[in-house]
Design a protein around this ligand. Structure first.
Ligand SMILES: Nc1nc2c(ncn2[C@@H]2O[C@H](COP(=O)(O)OP(=O)(O)OP(=O)(O)O)[C@@H](O)[C@H]2O)c(=O)[nH]1
Ligand SMILES: Nc1nc2c(ncn2[C@@H]2O[C@H](COP(=O)(O)OP(=O)(O)OP(=O)(O)O)[C@@H](O)[C@H]2O)c(=O)[nH]1
Ligand SMILES: [Mg+2]
Ligand SMILES: [Mg+2]
Lengths: 277, 293
């Protein structure tokens, strides 16, 4: 039994505040509240609890506008994992490898972060944990060369899914964005016509800068989806709503911990409900 | 920029007539929006704007010919003052070795910051630090610290991943005393502020080796959640300072204000890149104008 809540300006202000605190951003929050007010009027909702439910639907509707499915239809298919430093790319790849291996897929990993200390070692451990092969070269070798090798190994070994790790890079570093564009082109050249999912990894604790990340990474590579990590913390990850709306990029997975099974397929309504928990 | 937006708010005045309370209210709305867009926490923004609003209702602003500029100056001065006035230094122990413990959320930049701090202390103060691998969980974390140590010729103390981090810290301090290393820099595993068991581990390390500095490493692009993180870490450990990382990005960095406001602790360093040389002292006035955009 929920106590009756009055539908007034104070309620809408409270809800707008909750959206901003969830990192949804001022502009998107105000758009959502305007949409909510319209629906409340049209549907003649008079109980504040039902207003909250309607709000969850508004948000879920925005997120469901995009195709949240993965499309890995060729053999091999490729998943390129990109994002700024420390967001959870390497760990997410370990989880994805486990996820697809459990579906009976033959998975190959490419250690294309040849720059950061012990990055190759880290991915190597995930390869053993998930029972997948890994293509790696010496530290400081050319990442594009590792990807080139990995694409050809994927073809030769009859691999179903090739997952490429890349070094963390800030989106405002032009040379690093250029390197990423080159890696992306290598994949398309070596595996022409293959299904390619380029997943941008975003940390749920990130604020409005995530929109800038999504914009600039989109210029370097064709982003097909987002992995939103660290949702097991207290951050809500609301920035994906603005990104979904402004850039039409869908969320495909969420990370909810540091273990091999802590990856979930993205569910817009569950995400909307969790925003208010 | 905030200056332009405020000019817009006041342009109806065009030099004729004085500001009234509504003008100040409209101006404060622009200040609030600017800070929220910069990722300053909502509640921190509310308090800050209330404070600035009171200062702006003074006579000089109401009669000023350049109210927009005056208000931007008040906001900038208030932000700078809140950020901590001047650069804060590291606390060293009267009885070496000093112990510095770095902590924070997953991926914030702790391990790299340990390397940077070590290099900085070697170069600036001729210190002989000891890096300590207390992250026994993350795959290849120990190796990562060892590779960094090798790059800067600083020894790394590690006991593998089967010994408790509390014990590793304890033995590291003993090792430092025996071999004349100072300071001891503890790299800890990234953890959630709501993970009781792991926050407890930090409390136990603190109790065992009594650090002279407990530095919270915070990612400069953190959003509204910065307040939760800083509050929990500070309540549990009594943090002594903050290192703000990834400031070489294009984030406005409002998390800096939120963390400072909620803990009252100084931001001691700014990490401005991935290389070990990329550690700089933190300048409150530069951060203030960066947040304002
Ligand atoms: N709590 C939590 N931690 C996570 C999650 N995903 C990754 N992490 C942790 O975040 C930290 C960084 O993860 P990495 O996989 O190394 O991140 P990365 O993007 O590859 O980092 P760089 O390669 O250095 O840019 C590690 O401590 C991970 O265990 C998640 O969903 N939840
Ligand atoms: N561009 C940039 N990258 C940084 C900075 N500080 C750290 N990094 C990068 O951020 C990523 C994460 O750094 P780590 O030092 O592994 O972070 P951590 O806090 O130790 O991570 P966990 O141990 O998993 O919690 C790495 O790719 C670093 O190179 C910085 O100031 N600027
Ligand atoms: Mg990585
Ligand atoms: Mg670390």
């Amino acid at each position: 039994f929920k106590a009756f809540v009055k539908v007034d300006d104070e309620l809408f202000d409270e809800l707008e505040e909750a959206l901003i605190m969830a990192d949804i951003g001022v502009e998107t929050s105000s758009y959502i509240i305007k949409e909510l007010r319209d629906r409340v009027k049209t549907k003649r909702i008079t109980d504040g609890n039902l207003v909250k439910d309607e709000l969850k639907d508004v948000i879920s509707d925005i997120l469901s506008q995009q195709d949240c499915q993965m499309h890995l239809d060729s053999n091999p298919s490729v998943i390129l994992v990109i994002g700024v430093n420390g967001v959870g790319k390497t760990t997410s790849i370990g989880k994805l490898a486990t996820y697809y291996k459990a579906q009976g897929k033959k998975v190959l990993l490419a250690a294309a972060d040849t720059f950061r200390a012990a990055a190759i070692d880290q991915l190597d451990i995930w390869a053993s944990r998930s029972g997948c092969d890994i293509i790696k070269q010496k530290e400081n070798s050319d990442p594009a060369a590792v990807v080139f090798d990995a694409c050809n190994a994927a073809k030769a070994r009859g691999v179903d899914i090739l997952i490429c790790d890349t070094a963390g890079r800030l989106h405002n570093k032009k040379n690093l964005m250029a390197e990423l564009a080159k890696i992306s082109r290598v994949i398309e050249r070596e595996l022409p016509g293959a299904s390619k999912e380029t997943l941008l990894v975003l940390d749920a604790t990130t604020g409005q800068n995530a929109v800038s990340q999504a914009k600039l990474f989109s210029e370097a590579a064709n982003i097909s989806g987002i992995i939103l990590t660290k949702l097991d913390g207290t951050a809500k990850g609301g920035i994906v709503i603005a990104i979904s709306r402004e850039l039409q990029i869908p969320v495909k997975f969420i990370g909810v911990g540091e273990g091999t099974d802590d990856l979930q397929v993205f569910n817009p309504l569950d995400f909307a409900i969790a925003l208010f928990e | 920029s905030l200056g332009d937006k405020l000019q817009g708010v006041f342009k109806r005045l065009r030099g004729k007539g004085k500001l009234n309370e509504k003008d100040i209210k409209d101006a404060m709305r622009e200040v609030k929006l600017a800070l929220l867009e910069a990722d300053v926490n909502f509640k921190v923004v509310k308090d800050f704007v209330k404070n600035v609003s009171e200062k702006s209702l003074g006579h000089e602003i109401m009669e000023s010919l350049t109210p927009a500029q005056q208000i931007v100056k008040i906001v900038n001065d208030e932000l700078t003052a809140l950020m901590g006035g001047e650069n804060a230094r590291l606390e060293f122990s009267k009885k070496p070795p000093s112990v510095f413990m770095l902590c924070g959320l997953q991926g914030a930049g702790k391990t790299t910051a340990c390397g940077k701090l070590a290099l900085n202390l070697v170069k600036q103060m001729g210190k002989r630090p000891l890096l300590v691998a207390c992250d026994i969980y993350r795959p290849a974390a120990i190796k990562q610290l060892q590779v960094l140590g090798e790059q800067i010729n600083v020894p790394v103390f590690a006991l593998g991943s089967d010994i408790s981090p509390v014990e590793i810290a304890r033995q590291a301090v003993e090792h430092a005393k025996k071999h004349g290393n100072d300071p001891v820099i503890l790299d800890t595993a990234g953890r959630l502020h709501i993970d009781e068991r792991l926050m407890d581990e930090l409390k136990q390390i603190k109790e065992a080796v009594e650090p002279d500095e407990i530095l919270l490493v915070v990612d400069a692009m953190t959003g509204q959640d910065a307040v939760n993180v800083a509050e929990h870490f500070n309540t549990d450990l009594e943090v002594s300072g903050v290192i703000l990382s990834k400031l070489d990005g294009d984030t406005r960095g409002g998390a800096a204000l939120s963390v400072r406001q909620v803990t009252g602790k100084p931001i001691k360093y700014a990490s401005m890149g991935e290389k070990l040389a990329d550690l700089q002292p933190f300048y409150p006035d530069r951060m203030a104008s960066r947040i304002l955009g």
